[in-house]
Design a protein around this ligand. Structure first.
Ligand SMILES: [Zn+2]
Length: 160
């Protein structure tokens, strides 16, 4: 499958959506109740549906191949990520940490000077590189949380 694959995650796999964003895959999270609008978005934007609901894949649109549905069987979000990467042959090193984990937007590099008043002083002192989400304006940097995620990703990728 192309590395350009995009996803729409059902609300029942929200943490998986976040992990896919960590490695850089465009993943929107569907929070409404009505499956039909999730299916409409998936078809319109050519997104693979990720869901734990085994009924969606049984729809006619899925059966004839128009709708792409990946049924998630694991309960653990990290196992879900491993399963999805494996099944769809995704790339663990696609473009890690390039998307906002909250809103799926592509992050924009910011200089130290630009974020001086936006990050805690201890961060400003120790970090050189920053990224900003154009939607929620959250600032990202390579701090301890980032390091923990890098470590976790390495660990997960090895387990595949
Ligand atoms: Zn954001």
């Amino acid at each position: 499958m192309s590395t350009q694959v995009k996803f729409i995650a059902d609300n029942n796999v929200g943490k998986l959506a976040r992990w896919l964003r960590v490695i850089g895959y465009d993943t929107i999270l569907f929070k409404e109740k009505d499956d039909r609008s999730m299916i409409e978005i998936a078809l319109k934007e050519d997104r693979v549906i990720l869901t734990k609901d085994n009924q969606i894949g049984k729809r006619r649109l899925a059966m004839n191949g128009k709708l792409k549905v990946m049924l998630i069987k694991q309960d653990n979000p990290k196992a879900q990520l491993q399963g999805t990467v494996k099944a769809l042959q995704l790339n663990w090193h696609f473009r890690p940490f390039s998307l906002c984990l909250e809103c799926n937007q592509i992050l924009i590099p910011r200089s130290r000077a630009e974020v001086q008043n936006l990050v805690p002083p201890y961060v400003f002192k120790t970090q050189e590189q920053y990224m900003e989400c154009p939607a929620c304006h959250r600032i990202y940097w390579q701090g301890t949380h980032w390091q923990a995620m890098v470590k976790e990703l390495k660990h997960l990728a090895r387990g595949c």
